[in-house]
Write a protein of this length. Structure first.
Length: 277
């Protein structure tokens, strides 16, 4: 017979068990299979995409993009080659993604989907759906699920539900509602921008001589509208793939936080980053 003292003692033991899992304890428990651990990045080696679920937050206002106030959003960081971008997703959207993938009958193509992250767990029963300890575990579940999905579906662009989930700033709310991250040219890793070549005085002279008017059409930085002086030792001028030049301090925030596009001709800024359509 389970008396009240025994019941509360059992609940206390369950709480300690989950707390140990949250703290990263290496001790094995009967609940370790449910809560799981992060997959190693090597599990994603078959896909060009890399996914991590970094943080979560609770919204304080109602918007069309995030839903009603009090909604929990998980921030995903997605990488492909030199591109890196972030999107916010609700847990319900993860479940919707799983349902959409299940409807594609991928098993006929030899694709086995991982189980969807659970809606209800012992953690949520003990702590509630808004408790930070449970949300940390849910964050881990979502990351493990998405990493397992891209292992099974490495060609993300060929799978519309998965492509939209990872590469759209906001998931479509009606037909033709397409808001690609960075307008299809997602931001890039700061390290990739730092590798862009620096302009030299000889390059500037050759550019001026080659122009029909005898004057370079890129004499000023189109971001700050200040002159580009490659002979100034303190001036860090970078050359994009298209040949247009910008101050490093000006182009770096644009390429890493907004779009991987030249502000002059809209050509790709860093060629090693993907362009989505």
């Amino acid at each position: 017979e389970l008396t009240a003292p025994k019941f509360f003692l059992a609940m206390a033991r369950c709480r300690r068990c989950f707390q140990a899992l949250e703290d990263g304890s290496s001790s094995a428990t009967e609940l370790s299979n449910e809560c799981g651990r992060d997959r190693d990045d090597n599990d994603q080696a078959s896909s060009p995409f890399r996914i991590s679920v970094d943080t979560f937050r609770t919204t304080t206002a109602t918007t069309r993009a995030t839903g009603p106030a009090g909604t929990v959003l998980f921030k995903l960081t997605v990488r492909k080659e030199d591109a890196v971008w972030q999107v916010d997703r609700r847990f319900s959207q993860v479940r919707t993604l799983h349902a959409s993938l299940s409807e594609l009958h991928l098993a006929s193509f030899g694709v086995t989907l991982p189980p969807a992250p659970p809606k209800v767990t012992l953690c949520s029963a003990l702590w509630g759906h808004k408790d930070p300890r449970f949300l940390n575990l849910r964050k881990r579940h979502i990351q493990e699920y998405l990493r397992a999905v891209i292992v099974q579906i490495p060609e993300v662009e060929a799978c519309e539900p998965l492509f939209q989930f990872l590469c759209y700033q906001y998931l479509p709310r009606w037909p033709n509602d397409r808001v690609l991250v960075g307008g299809g040219a997602p931001p890039v890793d700061p390290k990739a921008v730092a590798r862009l070549p620096k302009a030299s005085p000889s390059d500037k002279k050759a550019s001026v001589e080659a122009s029909d008017s005898g004057k370079n059409d890129n004499d000023i930085c189109l971001v700050c509208l200040d002159p580009l002086d490659a002979e100034d030792a303190g001036s860090d001028i970078r050359v994009l793939t298209c040949g247009h030049e910008f101050h490093y301090r000006c182009i770096e925030p644009w390429l890493t936080k907004q779009r991987n596009l030249c502000c002059h001709c809209l050509g790709p800024g860093v060629p090693s980053a993907p362009q989505f359509k």
